[in-house]
Design a protein around this ligand. Structure first.
Ligand code: ADP
Ligand code: MG
Length: 326
């Protein structure tokens, strides 16, 4: 199983930020409203994610860690040459196969917390009692310690951390109802309280996207025929800092050609060719109208009624921009 896990890890775990992404998504899936992301040395030394979610019961700890069956490939050396096998949601098993992973958890109904860690080539799982409030902590130490080929692709701690920070930014902009703490080498880097009203959300946007963006951005808030577009956008001349571009479809961050095209078209002549628009936008539509899994890693999306979505975004933004100018 170790081998199959490592193969899967090749797809899902590209760098420390991908570990953080998988773990945070698990925490959010578990209903967490408070997240601590504690990083050492860009995540190459340590990644600790603590949440206040539903927790994992003692007798499910083992299952959470080892899920993969054996694969056809039989040696670790083969493994390092394989890069493109499919991956299907076995994040914990994969991550624990390329790091020293410890899982500590306590569901509300359980009296005590328990800790599980997988060791050695055969990933024997050891389970022992621990102290932990309701929720889960996952600690990932020495990422890629046993896969030198992967380790070689890691950049400097600073670069790896900047990927993590960017990810946390993206996620924090998609979940205002969650409080986020990001720590690097013992220093708090971001502390974002839950933002329940528009005022607090505006503050979070300022903290994440810069004061200039927050000051000049105007709110977009349009509903039409089961679709909605809300968020903030800036008229280019008003904001000289680097462009802020975040676009979410049904809560997931996307980089989509159709949406980018619609946004540019809405700006029209307001945007000189060399200028980049700045926006934080949330498009909400019937989930049956969109396939988000076209390519999860690439954040692509397919709209069933592409024309309609495109035109809705264009007119919603044109509307907002015309109010800006008035
Ligand atoms: P997947 O998310 O695709 O189910 P993972 O390997 O990411 O696979 O997680 C395995 C399982 O471990 C999850 O299905 C979930 O039951 C449990 N789990 C992982 N992380 C957490 C967490 N932070 N809180 C509660 N349960 C978790
Ligand atoms: Mg998962």
């Amino acid at each position: 199983p170790q081998l199959a896990n490592q193969i899967a890890a090749g797809e899902v775990v590209e760098r420390p930020a991908s570990v953080v992404k998988e773990l945070v998504e698990n925490s959010l899936d578990a209903g967490a409203t408070e997240l601590l992301i504690d990083i050492e040395k860009g995540g190459c030394k340590k990644i600790l994610i603590r949440d206040n979610g539903s927790g994992i019961a003692r007798d499910e700890l083992q299952l959470a860690l080892c899920r993969h069956a054996t694969s056809k490939i039989s040696t670790l050396d083969d493994l390092e040459q394989i890069v493109s096998l499919g991956f299907r949601g076995e994040a914990l098993a994969s991550i624990s196969s390329v790091s020293r992973l410890t899982l500590t958890s306590k569901p509300a109904h359980q009296d005590n917390a328990w800790q599980a860690s997988a060791e050695g080539r055969d990933m024997q799982v050891e389970i022992k009692p621990a102290a932990h409030p309701v929720g889960t902590s996952i600690e990932v130490v020495d990422l890629f310690f046993n896969t030198p080929a992967r380790r070689k692709f890691l950049r400097s701690d600073k670069t790896e951390f900047s990927h993590i920070d960017e990810l946390v930014k993206r996620l924090a902009l998609s979940r205002f109802d969650v409080s986020w703490t990001l720590v690097h080498n013992g220093q708090p880097v971001r502390q974002l309280r839950q933002a329940t009203d528009t005022d607090q959300q505006q503050k979070r946007v300022a903290a994440l996207c810069g004061k200039a963006f927050a000051q000049h951005a105007s709110r977009v808030n349009v509903d039409y025929d089961g679709m909605s577009l809300h968020g903030w956008l800036v008229q280019p001349a008003a904001c000289s800092e680097q462009a802020v571009q975040y676009c979410y479809v049904n809560g997931r961050m996307m980089r989509d050609k159709l949406l980018n095209h619609a946004i540019r078209q809405a700006y029209g002549h307001l945007l000189r060719p060399e200028q980049q628009p700045s926006f934080v936008l949330y498009l909400q539509l019937d989930p049956r109208q969109v396939d988000v899994n076209v390519h999860p890693a690439k954040h692509e999306v397919r709209f069933h009624q592409a024309r309609l979505v495109h035109d809705f975004v264009v007119s919603a933004l044109q509307n907002a921009l015309s109010q800006l100018q008035a």
